[in-house]
Design a protein around this ligand. Structure first.
Ligand SMILES: [Fe+2]
Length: 414
């Protein structure tokens, strides 16, 4: 028998319902409404640095070919030949995975391995063996299917429905919003990756974003982090101003176990940024944490409702990388400790939400930024107020008569 609906305690806001974290149907809907339509962060421009270089990445189950043209422009295409649909770059039985894994360089054009239809790096069909335009073939109708690509700070983002995005004015700049302004002093485009760690995490992608969005958990989960930033222990991080930057303890300036570093700060930072830490969550899948000497960039590749791949790139300034004795591992080790603590706890959240006793959770006031996730999902999945998701998606039955949709949606990052 269903338990009676109770009003949330004062100051608590409901999270998304259980089904949002467990349902394959809702995940499929997120794929269509979010991962396909939004600008999805994938990698660094340096991954395709030279003319003719390419890499293959998987976004929302689609294999995408990213190419640097002879003129130096980045282009992206569905990794599908217009002839018979063969992959232009074969990714093997398990596709390309999520992170950029297949990389190489085209000597001339993009040649399909099946019948050797060959495309220019701009995606136009150049040659189709034994077929020519005199025989009626219309090459201009057989270009590769484009994927939108745009960059910010050396990061590149893909949009799988570029014409639709353009029609609705949905640019990468629009999606980045004020985050780009807040990070304007960091020389992001100049930075280079010196280390990448890829984690497989048995948790829904939103659990990972929600975890990034609050530091209520830091006191209990991250002892090393709290030694560097004691402010995380105060009031669950409620009084922290992320836009201004997070203060370290006295004498600490960066995210290493000692809080210190031999590396010079990035050029161009203001007095505040020289001693504080900043972080931004850029929906739907990009998180960027910035110290004065290094950046940890997290890219989430949602795999299914209960599994995400997360790629952590460590970026440093070239002037430091080229110094004799440069060693990034103090930062890498610090982040790896912190990351693993996070993945352990979010996997615990995912397992806990599988319980039939869990219908939805609550956001405490110091987790208010996570309300943005509820709003973000509601705006994109739609139709959330009229019918319980459990009824529509057939993923168990909630003990609560209403789901999240009837709640007022409020809250902001600030
Ligand atoms: Fe954490």
């Amino acid at each position: 028998m269903a338990e009676p609906e109770i009003a949330p305690s004062k100051g608590l806001e409901r999270t998304l319902s259980r089904e949002h974290y467990l349902s394959p149907e809702l995940f499929a809907r997120e794929k269509e409404r979010i991962f396909l339509r939004e600008w999805f962060h994938v990698g660094r421009e340096e991954d395709v640095a030279t003319p003719g270089s390419y890499l293959v990445v998987e976004v929302a189950g689609e294999s995408v070919l990213v190419v640097r043209t002879r003129e130096g422009t980045l282009r992206a295409y569905y990794n599908v030949c217009r002839h018979r649909g063969c992959q232009l770059v074969l990714t093997g039985s398990d596709s390309a995975g999520c992170a950029p894994e297949l990389a190489g360089s085209f000597a001339s054009g993009i040649k399909c391995p099946y019948h050797a239809w060959t495309y220019t790096l701009e995606g136009a069909l150049r040659t189709a063996p034994y077929l020519d335009e005199n025989a009626g073939i219309r090459k201009d109708e057989l270009s590769l299917h484009p994927v939108g690509i745009d960059t910010w700070g050396g990061f590149f983002f893909l949009n799988l429905v570029p014409r639709e995005a353009e029609a609705r004015g949905h640019t990468l700049r629009a999606q980045l919003g004020e985050a780009a302004t807040r990070l304007a002093n960091y020389p992001l485009a100049d930075l280079r990756r010196v280390k990448r760690i890829t984690y497989e995490v048995a948790a829904n992608w939103k659990v990972m974003l929600e975890n990034y969005n609050e530091c209520y958990h830091c006191a209990g989960v991250h002892p090393e982090l709290c030694k560097v930033v004691p402010a995380f222990r105060k009031n669950g991080g409620a009084s922290l101003d992320w836009d201004e930057g997070i203060p370290h303890r006295d004498g600490a300036v960066t995210f290493t176990l000692s809080g210190q570093t031999a590396r010079a700060p990035f050029p161009g930072l203001d007095q505040n940024e020289l001693v504080k830490h900043k972080g931004e969550l850029i929906y739907p899948n990009f998180m960027i944490s910035l110290s004065m000497d290094h950046v940890a960039a997290f890219t989430v590749f949602p795999r299914d409702a209960g599994h995400s791949t997360i790629v952590c790139d460590f970026l440093f300034h070239p002037s430091e990388i080229e110094k004799p004795g440069f060693d990034p591992m103090d930062a890498v080790e610090f982040w790896d400790i912190t990351n693993r603590q996070d993945w352990t706890i979010v996997e615990g959240v995912q397992r806990g939400m599988n319980s039939r006793r869990f219908a939805h959770g609550y956001y405490a006031p110091m987790e208010s930024a996570s309300l943005d996730i509820r709003k973000y999902i509601a705006e994109r999945l739609g139709e959330m107020g009229s019918e319980p998701f459990s009824a529509r998606c057939g993923v168990g039955q909630s003990d609560h008569g209403t789901e999240n949709g009837s709640d007022p949606i409020s809250g902001d990052r600030t």
